[in-house]
Design a binder for this molecule. Structure first.
Ligand code: BGC
Length: 346
């Protein structure tokens, strides 16, 4: 195992951005940027041993700075959406950033995802990123200190360990917003990728992508990924949920106990043989099929990032949990540590 740090580039304001490369004994490696604690590459072999990068992303800092996709970034303080950018906690109303159509809070704004994180090498296969979010940033209560530790094992597991503490009662929901393309982005769209989700139900949304509160069984719907099927097989089905999101952009409820590490998703590119498993202790996972990619951003190797050129499996609390008392709670008391683990295994 080895880990190296090098200068990646310099921000327009002169601050330095570093890249950390962790490589295992099989030549599998990840690259991580201090900007957004971003997972910028995950390079692994196909069935013939050809190495390829399964992360849809960018070749330059300029690409990472310009993107509106949150590609590979760590999202906080609340991943996904909060209805009307507002919630009540401890009898007090909080108004947070309304960065989607001036109405909805999406991914907590861009505080965590665009921050320059501190980083230290904690082992020969591990890097820990840390960030301090001041009380009131993007409207969220509490001074929050967060660490995100990435660990790469010889079994091809990229563990992402989250730990965060606030000095006030608050809400927390962190994720990594990587877009995957198991054939590499040069192979085109991900509609042929075979996906299996360990999820019996999902949370339907209204036209603003806010959960209605219903927990709907996937049985008999296009959302049934309990048996493996190509992502594209039912994506065009006559289903209001798919129409309004232009594809899958939904939270699935992961079977089994939240708080327990369990398999949430499995994906396979049958063409090249690269696969991905997602394990997590969180209650939900957002399947987002890159519906809003429109070719306007240029990714690695000069490839225009078109619709469905990557898929995301964002482990999370359910969207809009702060306004949905029946959903598993994302509240954390002052001084209580939020801990969570997600594993991307190739
Ligand atoms: C959301 C999408 C959004 C994407 C990029 C996903 O988590 O569910 O609606 O377009 O992130 O922000």
């Amino acid at each position: 195992m080895s880990v190296y740090k090098s200068l990646y580039d310099t921000m327009p304001d002169g601050r330095e951005v570093y890249v950390y490369k962790i490589e295992n004994n099989n030549g599998v490696y990840v690259e991580l940027l201090t900007r957004g604690a971003t997972l910028s590459s995950f390079v692994c072999p196909d069935r013939d041993g050809n190495m390829g990068d399964i992360i849809m992303g960018f070749d330059s800092l300029a690409g990472h700075l310009a993107t509106t996709t949150y590609a590979g970034q760590i999202i906080g303080q609340y991943a996904n959406r909060i209805c009307d950018g507002r919630f009540t906690l401890g009898g007090r109303e909080y108004n947070v950033t309304k960065n989607e159509n001036g109405v909805t809070c999406l991914h907590g704004g861009d505080e965590y995802s665009s921050a320059l994180w501190k980083a230290i090498i904690t082992d020969d296969n591990a890097v820990e990123f840390s960030y301090h979010s001041p009380d009131g940033a993007e409207g969220f209560p509490g001074n929050v200190d967060i660490t995100v530790q990435y660990v790469l094992t010889d079994h091809g597991e990229l563990e992402i360990h989250y730990a965060a503490t606030s000095d006030k009662d608050t809400v927390m929901n962190f994720t990594n917003h990587a877009y995957f393309n198991l054939g590499t982005v040069q192979s085109g769209d991900i509609l042929g990728t075979v996906l299996q989700l360990n999820c019996d139900s999902f949370t339907p949304t209204d036209a603003r992508s806010i959960p209605t509160g219903e927990i709907r069984p996937v049985e008999g719907t296009a959302f049934d990924f309990r048996a493996p099927k190509p992502i594209g097989r039912d994506i065009g089905a006559d289903d209001e949920q798919l129409r309004q999101c232009k594809g899958y952009d939904h939270n699935f409820c992961i079977n089994g106990e939240a708080g327990t590490l369990r398999l949430a998703a499995k994906a396979l590119d049958e063409g090249c043989g690269r696969k991905l498993e997602v394990w997590t202790d969180l209650p939900g996972i957002q399947l987002y099929t890159g519906n809003f990619l429109d070719g306007s951003e240029t990714g690695k190797g000069g490839v225009a990032l078109q619709k469905h050129y990557g898929f995301c499996l964002e482990t999370q609390y359910y969207p809009d949990t702060p306004n949905q008392p029946a959903f598993p709670s994302c509240e954390r008391k002052a001084g209580e540590t939020f801990r969570s683990l997600t594993i991307f295994k190739v």
